[in-house]
Design a protein around this ligand. Structure first.
Ligand SMILES: NC(=O)c1ccc[n+]([C@@H]2O[C@H](COP(=O)([O-])OP(=O)(O)OC[C@H]3O[C@@H](n4cnc5c(N)ncnc54)[C@H](O)[C@@H]3O)[C@@H](O)[C@H]2O)c1
Length: 207
């Protein structure tokens, strides 16, 4: 089934809310509760769930654990979500040390770089030479990589990642990389975010 980005974003938010509710001891949940917490209408919650054959009833609502299990399965949370970082400079190392990933079940398992001075194969999250990347991906069944190399290296690293059968890449280099049928790319362009923000401020101030 093809799922658009807005639905994926909502599924992630539903799951986060459900996890918090579970922590508070809830066993059942109503579409109204979820709608309030996520900021959408109750009918949209019901529509989203029915797309994935999740049904509740008016009186009792939904069984919370059933929803959580199904959403976790849809979002791949029932499998390991190990990622690698390619380019262990300022951004790459910040991501390797980011403590928000474990909270959502994502684990950075290794970094790769071409600069010998940065290599640390015995560290808890090892930094290995980029020459070893293909073998590491195959040996450890890695599906997702973060690309934090300078722009001129980004396309050639992406080509290597695709040859190594990587299925998804988050790209921080300021170049729009294109994916393929077998590899999704999310391009993160921080400069562009600031430009958009300045544009909106400028526009608002002219009103
Ligand atoms: N630092 C920022 O605030 C920032 C913000 C937005 C976007 N970016 C982008 O993110 C990327 C990384 O930025 P940074 O500041 O961390 O850069 P950086 O120079 O600190 O790190 C880049 C790393 O990539 C490695 N590298 C270069 N070529 C490689 C190759 N072929 N194979 C493997 N490793 C290679 C370098 O050795 C270095 O360790 C850049 O494309 C940059 O434009 C950076």
């Amino acid at each position: 089934m093809k799922t658009n980005e807005e639905i994926i974003n909502r599924l992630i938010r539903y799951r986060n809310v459900l996890q918090k509710m579970k922590g508070l001891g809830f066993a059942r949940v109503f579409s109204d509760n979820l709608a309030d917490a996520v900021g959408v209408s109750p009918s949209l919650v019901r529509k989203d769930f029915s797309m994935f054959e999740l049904t509740g009833n008016k009186r009792g609502g939904y069984q919370l654990q059933t929803l959580l299990d199904r959403l976790s399965q849809l979002l791949g949370k029932d499998k390991k979500q190990n990622i690698i970082v390619v380019g262990c400079g300022k951004i790459g190392r910040a991501l390797m040390n980011y403590n928000g990933f474990p909270r959502v079940g994502i684990r950075v398992v290794a970094g790769f770089d071409s600069e010998p001075a940065l290599l640390s194969p015995d560290a808890p999250i090892p930094i290995l030479h980029v020459r070893k990347m293909k073998q590491y991906i195959a040996d450890n069944d890695i599906k997702v990589a973060v690309l934090t190399v300078p722009e001129p290296s980004a396309q050639s690293i992406l080509d290597s990642l695709m040859k190594a059968n990587i299925r998804g890449v988050v790209n921080f280099a300021p170049i729009t990389l294109k994916g393929s049928e077998s590899c999704f790319i999310h391009n993160i362009n921080i400069e562009q975010e600031f430009e958009k923000l300045f544009y909106r401020i400028q526009f608002a101030e002219q009103q």
